[in-house]
Ligand binder design. Sequence first.
Ligand SMILES: CCCNc1ncnc2c1ncn2[C@@H]1O[C@H](/C=C/CNC(=O)c2cc(-c3ccc(F)cc3)cc(O)c2O)[C@H](C)[C@H]1O
Ligand SMILES: [Mg+2]
Length: 208
Amino acid sequence: TRSTRPQRLLAAVQKNATRGDPRSVVKAIDEFCRYTEWAMNVGDEKGCILDSVVSEVNPATVLELGTYCGYSTVRIATLLPPDAKLITLEFNPDFAVIARQVIAWAGQEEKVHLVEGSSGDLIPKMKEQFGVKSFDLVFLDHWKDRYLPDAKLMEAGSVLLADNVICPGSPDYLDYVRNSPKYRSQYFKSHLEYTKVEDGLEKSVFLG
Ligand SMILES: CCCNc1ncnc2c1ncn2[C@@H]1O[C@H](/C=C/CNC(=O)c2cc(-c3ccc(F)cc3)cc(O)c2O)[C@H](C)[C@H]1O
Ligand SMILES: [Mg+2]
């Protein structure tokens, strides 16, 4: 039967990237998605904004919602110090299988803990299961209608960084973080990955 898009993306990584070199993995995925087959990774343009926010926050613990193929997982992990921890949640086992191999090819397994399951179920268990009370940085890139309910599950002090607040958009989330006294929110204008369509990231600092 025909391969899936994530399987073809992984094949491109294994063919074109150097094992253990995370930058070459990121480059291979971006080239594959720009010139061969589009995929919904945060991409290189928004990826640079992601990199700058990660570097600025310098988090000891990061939570990513929606691993997909592991592109942003690799980008974030590469910027973390050796003792930092990145927990990424993916509820589709087929995508988790691909992401684990992309993360391994990039040599980032030590810093990454990919947990299979739904954020709605797992976030409340973070404390007891992983001993993490709150995260220094949360990257939201899963189903857009889940950003708001999940953000409300996590009001314990973090910086939230949300992808796609314009395209496909997450209007209820955007309205909430921009108007709630609990957050200081900032929009980073950019473009939908590998296109000229407007999109952006919203960074929201929890004020407690
Ligand atoms: C209910 C469970 C919730 N909890 C969950 N817990 C754990 N994992 C979850 C949960 N909900 C979802 N996931 C996983 O995360 C991934 C889902 C990612 C979703 N991303 C988009 O939909 C998108 C679309 C476009 C786009 C733009 C323009 C277009 F024309 C087409 C597409 C661009 C973009 O940058 C985008 O990120 C993965 C596929 C899915 O299995
Ligand atoms: Mg996205």
